[in-house]
Design a protein around this ligand. Structure first.
Ligand code: PLP
Length: 368
């Protein structure tokens, strides 16, 4: 007897439409990934040494991940007992969703923002409400809209600061106003904190409804190892710990590499500084191009508005040279691309390709 999906699949889950994702055509060039906000740098020396020395793959990781959590606690200046770690920040957000979402309860987000929030919370049966950010280039946080909308049904508000994909940084006073005005959880995703220089850990200390979320994927260059973490309210820890997976889903080599990275902070901070100065150099070069506007960024990527209503021809032209950048289908972002900060030589090439493409784009407009 044939099994019908509806017999076994949860009713609210939509099937994945892009199940077989097409490979991007790079015209035979090796792909340069400027589309995932990864670090262009390898492991720090101490992290590399820990990776090379790892030899205990036959035994389970430390059940409490005590060493890693202690290293993070020292780094942030918080109590290790308030830390939930996970296989990337996505996994920590999953633990958050597992713990707070009853089907039909609400999560408020502010689009355009990190796409995983909607996708993941809807998977858990939440009603995800978008209170959109203001218009470009400020993309202001709709503080009053969030406060007015939040109700008894709202379990969680997620503020991404700085925000992906806009790169913009909201005022801390605005976030505090939300925190003080609502009686639900407010999670601040600061995946890019090390590039913005702004931390909200102090808010997680001051308010019992605040969670701060971070990752080792970006500034520490550990995207492939999958290590993220969050600072959670003390009083709710027994519930979050109940929902967190065994070993916090972190493999032993990933824990060893992450712990060693946090012992190599001078190296990581120097890398973050290099990325920030290269970001500013690239932003200036792009802003000098005809019809191009770079949104001011506090992250390791730039959102760039290109001439014309649709940036996809630019995405394809760059891909043909091996340069992968992120394009968007959403109407509000269709004229933009997001460029992760990589190496200067790749940026120089990218600016040259865009300049040529913009010139031919203008000729096309004049000719038609
Ligand atoms: C805002 C934001 N939060 C969370 C994540 C997920 O990070 P991780 O690699 O730790 O799962 C990302 C990754 O791009 C991100 O941009």
């Amino acid at each position: 007897m044939a099994l019908t999906p509806s017999r076994v699949i949860r009713g609210h889950i939509e099937p994945e439409s892009a199940y077989h994702r097409a490979e991007i055509e790079t015209g035979g060039h090796p792909p340069v990934r400027l589309n995932w906000n990864e670090s262009p740098f390898g492991l720090s020396p101490k992290a590399q040494a820990a990776y090379d020395a790892f030899h205990t793959g036959n035994v389970y990781p430390a059940i409490e991940q005590a060493e890693l959590r202690l290293a993070i606690a020292r780094y942030l200046g918080v109590d290790a007992d308030r830390l939930i770690v996970g296989a990337g920040l996505d996994d920590v957000i999953n633990t958050l969703a597992m713990t707070v979402i009853d089907p039909g309860t609400e999560v408020i987000i502010n689009e355009p923002t990190f796409g995983v929030y909607r996708s993941l919370f809807e998977l858990h049966g939440a009603v995800v409400t978008d209170i959109p950010l203001g218009d470009s280039p400020d993309y202001a946080l709709p503080v009053d809209g969030i406060i007015d909308h939040a109700s008894e049904r709202t379990r969680l508000i997620i503020v991404c600061n700085p925000n992906n994909p806009t790169g913009t940084l909201f005022d801390q006073e605005d976030i505090v106003r939300i925190i003080e005005s609502v009686d639900c959880l407010v999670a601040i995703d600061e995946a890019y904190a090390e590039f913005s220089g702004v931390s909200h850990t102090e808010l997680a200390d001051r308010y019992d409804n605040v969670i701060t979320l971070r990752t080792m994927s970006k500034f520490a260059g550990l995207a492939g190892f999958r290590v993220g973490y969050g600072v959670f309210p003390d009083a709710l820890m027994p519930w979050f710990r109940r929902a967190a997976p065994a070993f916090f889903n972190i493999s032993a080599p990933a824990a060893a590499v992450a712990t060693a990275s946090l012992d190599d902070l001078d190296h990581l901070r120097a890398n973050a500084d290099r990325i920030v100065s290269e970001r500013d150099r690239l932003a200036a070069a792009l802003n000098a191009l005809d019809g191009v506007t770079v949104i001011p960024s506090a992250t390791n990527f730039l959102l760039v508005a290109l001439p014309g209503p649709d940036a996809m021809p630019f995405v394809s032209a760059l891909a043909q040279e091996g340069l992968l950048v992120r394009g968007y289908d959403d109407p509000g972002l269709r004229h933009t691309i997001r460029i992760s900060i990589g190496l200067p030589e790749h940026h120089d090439q990218l600016v040259a390709v865009l300049e040529r493409k913009i010139a031919s784009h203008k000729e096309g407009i004049v000719a038609s």
